[in-house]
Ligand binder design. Structure first.
Ligand code: 4NP
Length: 157
């Protein structure tokens, strides 16, 4: 059985598609592709169908990643279709509640900071959308750290 993981951020064009691409790459590198199904979605619908933000794609390319998923919005069915829903910040955590329909839906939702290893103690992955190069680099540093943390937690269960 694969564990089904959904990453969620506000727009699904910066942080969550990067998390999706990084975790997919790490899972492949570590020969674990039979254990994981990975996707991402956004709270908002503004960017549905879009490729990730070109700045995030460029920063990802510099680290050897190809971020090429198309943006989609979160749906109520995601709470049934995924085992683990990982949000990037507190705002995402509160916003995703309005898509939940069952009492236990929110049990599946976890904040990404639970998986930080080197960055333990940081509260979130800040939104780089209105920022510059250093904000995109920081987002990728945090996401790489968290993705290895996710693999470690899932594989030791
Ligand atoms: P993301 O960044 O949540 O990491 O994808 C954002 C992208 C777009 C917008 C906000 C955040 N926006 O307002 O369009």
């Amino acid at each position: 059985m694969k564990i089904r993981i959904l990453f969620v951020c506000l727009g699904n064009i910066c942080r969550s598609p990067a998390a999706e691409g990084i975790l997919k790459a790490m899972v492949e590198d570590q020969g674990l592709q039979d254990d994981f199904y990975i996707d991402s979605a956004g709270i908002g619908s503004w960017h549905v169908g879009d490729l990730p933000d070109r700045r995030m794609r460029r920063h990802g390319q510099m680290r050897g990643y190809d971020f090429s998923s198309r943006a989609r919005q979160v749906t109520s069915a995601d709470f049934q279709d995924f085992d683990l829903i990982i949000v990037m910040d507190d705002e995402n955590y509160y916003d995703i509640k309005r898509f939940s329909t069952m009492p236990d839906d929110m049990v599946k939702v976890h904040r990404i900071n639970e998986y930080f290893v080197r960055y333990q103690g940081r509260p979130d992955v800040p939104d780089p959308y209105y920022g510059g190069d250093s904000d995109f680099k920081l987002a990728l540093d945090l996401l790489e750290d968290a993705c290895q943390g996710i693999i470690n937690k899932v594989m030791t269960k």
